[in-house]
Design a protein around this ligand. Sequence first.
Ligand SMILES: [Zn+2]
Length: 248
Amino acid sequence: MLKILAVSDSESPGLETMVSRFPEKLRDIDLIISCGDLEREYLEFLVDGINRDLFFVSGNHQQECDDDVAGDNPVERLLQSLRAFPEKLARCIAGQSDLHGRVVTYKNYIIAGFGGSMWYSGRGNEYSEREMAKTVRQVERKIQLFRLRQKILNRPPYDLIIISHAPLFRVHDEPDQCHKGFKCFRDFVEHMSPLLWLHGHIHLGDVKKHQITVVGKTTVVNAFGHKFVAIDKDKIEVSFMHAQANVS
Ligand SMILES: [Zn+2]
């Protein structure tokens, strides 16, 4: 059994109350996953309160600020890079690095991440379909190698969990360029059959709302606000309230 606290895009007052008043009721949470666009301070508050590891990707609003508004003015350029500095630091939160394009293991799971959104303004943490597809292929190769090694060593296969900010094409996405999902994510699901795909970026209006879709063997969950996700072998349960913490 693996219990995940997944968060994304919007701070959740209900969760803050739980963490600050009843942290002991969240003791059975194994790890915290952020799908992006949350302040570093909020994530560190969760990590400190629950005392668990954080795995995260950055959203499109956690940008590198490299856009060229300063032109050739050296003073403006210097000021711009200084303003961008805290954003660059945000790529490492609570001692963990952004998981974009990276593959790690946790217990019997492989966890990989894809940050940012579809390219729409050129000013944020945005990727064209082609750019993201390149990262997706690199991650696929890393996972294939890991799976091959497990097989050669006669070890049981690990289940795969993917964290992204943007959604998958035609799964929870929206027609506008900013909220359009990536087609290469659909290809990845077809090739690699992750058990769970957590994403953000699509705001649901109400943090209590759920958005869950099964694609092939993969359960896709929008982590908007906060969601408790419990994995028990192949069974995945998603809830807004934590079973151990009925604090309303
Ligand atoms: Zn976003």
